[in-house]
Write a new protein. Structure first.
Length: 255
């Protein structure tokens, strides 16, 4: 059975710069060593996938330098090059405001999952709120253009990565569970744009249960039709990581 890809996935790092708890400090200092141990036990790692929440939103941190350096430290510990660091945004990586709340409220009032689009000015406003994440992405030399579509395809040697911004309509000031809208039409367009027959690995921050019920039905139809692996992780712990190997069987991770 041919190994297509082996990666380590991390989520919800919530890198704190102003107030650092004992547990956070311990995890931060020991995680690189632990990841190296995993690599030594399992073999070379092809990619480091980080599924959002790089900062701790209540701190209001806008400088990405500290978390950028930490990500590089993690990647270096498992000999993963910067080009093989894959990221998607989480709900802590957006800037909350009264304007954003108003925009999301209006979108929820007239959004149709069957159509799956958001008025362009509102979509632009939502995406601009991820400036912290976009800056971090640029520091990692990642040239992906999230503004053309909230969901992006990255073609690798043995597979396609479908990178999802599940936090697109997060930050409305209430509980996001069962309320998130991600634009089913944008997702469908991203998947339809794949011109090869390689397996598709879908990566996002939130689990499917966070998506609005009718929207979730459309998302599942689009993803299950072609997707090989699903990784949606929103643990809301200090950190979460998985080691996954992709061979020839379907794997679903929705933790």
């Amino acid at each position: 059975m041919r190994l297509l890809m082996r990666w380590i996935q991390i989520s919800d790092v919530h890198f704190q710069t102003k107030v650092k708890s004992f547990n956070t400090g311990q995890l931060r200092s020991k995680l690189p060593e632990y990841l190296l141990k995993i690599k030594n036990e399992t073999g070379d790692i092809d990619a480091l996938i980080i599924t959002g929440d790089y900062r701790y939103a209540p701190e209001g941190e806008v400088n990405t330098t500290n978390v950028y350096n930490y990500i590089l430290k993690l990647a270096n510990s498992i000999s993963v090059a910067c080009d093989n660091i894959v990221t998607v945004p989480g709900n802590h990586d957006l800037t909350r405001s009264s304007v954003r709340k108003a925009v999301i409220k209006e979108i929820r009032s007239d959004y149709s999952p069957n159509i799956g689009t958001i008025e362009i000015e509102m979509l632009t406003s939502l995406q601009n709120d991820f400036s912290f994440y976009h800056t971090l992405q640029q520091q990692l030399n990642n040239s992906l253009n999230w503004k053309s579509n909230p969901h992006i395809i990255v073609e690798l040697e043995n597979c396609n990565l479908l990178l999802l911004n599940t936090a697109l309509t997060a930050g409305a000031g209430d509980d996001d569970e069962n309320k998130l809208l991600i634009g089913s039409s944008y997702l469908d367009a991203a998947v339809a744009n794949i011109k090869n027959r390689k397996p598709i690995i879908a990566v996002g921050h939130h689990g499917l249960d966070f998506i609005e019920r009718e929207e979730k039905n459309f998302v599942q139809i689009i993803l299950i039709k072609k997707t090989y692996v699903f990784i949606f992780v929103d643990i809301h712990m200090t950190s979460h990581f998985l080691l996954l190997e992709i061979k020839s069987s379907r794997l679903i991770v929705d933790a």
